[in-house]
Ligand binder design. Sequence first.
Ligand code: AMP
Ligand code: MG
Length: 487
Amino acid sequence: MQKLEELPFDNTYARLPEAFFERVNPSLFKAPHLVSFNPAAAQLIDLDPDEAKRPEFAEYFSGGRQLPGSEPIAMLYSGHQFGQYVPQLGDGRAILLGEVRNRQGEKWDLHLKGAGLTRFSRDGDGRAVLRSTIREYLCGEALHGLGIPTTRSLCIIGSDEPVIRETVETGAMLVRLAPNHVRFGSFEVFFYRRQHEHLKTLADYVISEHFPHLVDNADRYAGLLMEVAERTGRVIAQWQAVGWAHGVMNTDNMSILGLTLDYGPYGFMDGYNPAFIPNHSDHHGRYSFQNQPDIGYWNIRALAQALSPLITQGDVHKAPEMYEATMLHHYAALMRAKLGLQESQLDDDTLTTDLLALMHAGRVDYTNFFRALGDFCQETGANDSIRDFFPDRQGFDRWAERYRARLSAERSDDRERKARMNRCNPKYVLRNYLVHRAIQHATQQDYSEIERLLGLLRDPYSDQPDMDEYAAPPPDWGKGIVVSCSS
Ligand code: AMP
Ligand code: MG
């Protein structure tokens, strides 16, 4: 385990052409203090967790000191926001401090979000508020706990610095970890500027760092695109299966590694509603829960277009199809697993969609229903506690009869099935009201709720004694909380 000053940096992105980034240092935060530290993420970079106890820790991650070997840069990218191309975005309030190689040879970006102004800040102030850093910190770890590919977070550093949003809040910085922060928009910027040599350099870089098996492939750029399409299809299928909406699936928020990236106005659904829109600035619901699979397709098309100087027209068209096939296949498999089915049958799709329609009509709690379905009893048919989720009891009875027949056709054993279902139907998810409560406490300098959620969500599939209240649907005050983009 290493000390902060011993972290071995290997800053590969900073060795790319200067046009790819701006060299810029984080700007100092007054009176920084540690809000939360995540030992699980520290392990990824072999960082000794005791390092968080040193007073210098907060200084290193709030612009007060520079880590030896780091080479801070703000990355250039563009992207499609709500369907419109914006020629230049870039890290407007985040700075890549550098890349640490761990003992396994894995590379982790240390990305400081809220680090101050860069060339790409446009009208923004370069800052992040405590509220939004807590939201990103907790949800990254929550999705990781669920087994969904995502960026991670090492810590939150708070400060007294006022930051103006809809009200005056306090600023904070988040240290985000990911194997890289390359976005679809990182390619789009060079395509639309017709800088095809940079486009090729970036593609070669991503291939050699992250898809080394493609290096000697004559069709390596098409190979890269197809793998990104597959990864994107898988991650979006996972979002759909756990009932999570990202909120701002602009192409600048789409990771080339298929990670969940840039947590803003996201949300887990409580009652099932496919039209769920977590982002209150998304007036037309472009990024509603049910639109995510189609937006994934749209975004892969945008990436294929950006890579078009390097690949054939055939591959440009093939990538979205590849995405769609992967997403549908993976989603169907995940939903079968949520229902505890082990075989694949032709009418599984209708079994799932009919259930979802009933859940929608009754706004049935998505997480709690699937967890409860593990208790479904074929033998006695005594399934009242599950039936009670539905206002339309007869509707559920009709569905339950089909489900029972389907289970019996594959000779499903109830006990064994329940154990299996509990491994894919989480008991705890990061419901909006839980984050909201953690944020309210944190603004009073009480960070205990953050720690509790971090521990809970590390293992969302296990029953955790004394934590039952965290599985409850929202109380009245916590229903329909909307989250704004301004963070
Ligand atoms: P986001 O919606 O957070 O993915 O951000 C979209 C773009 O706006 C990115 O280029 C961000 O860096 C930039 N941005 C967002 N918030 C700020 C801010 N407070 N200051 C400067 N740039 C920002
Ligand atoms: Mg973003």
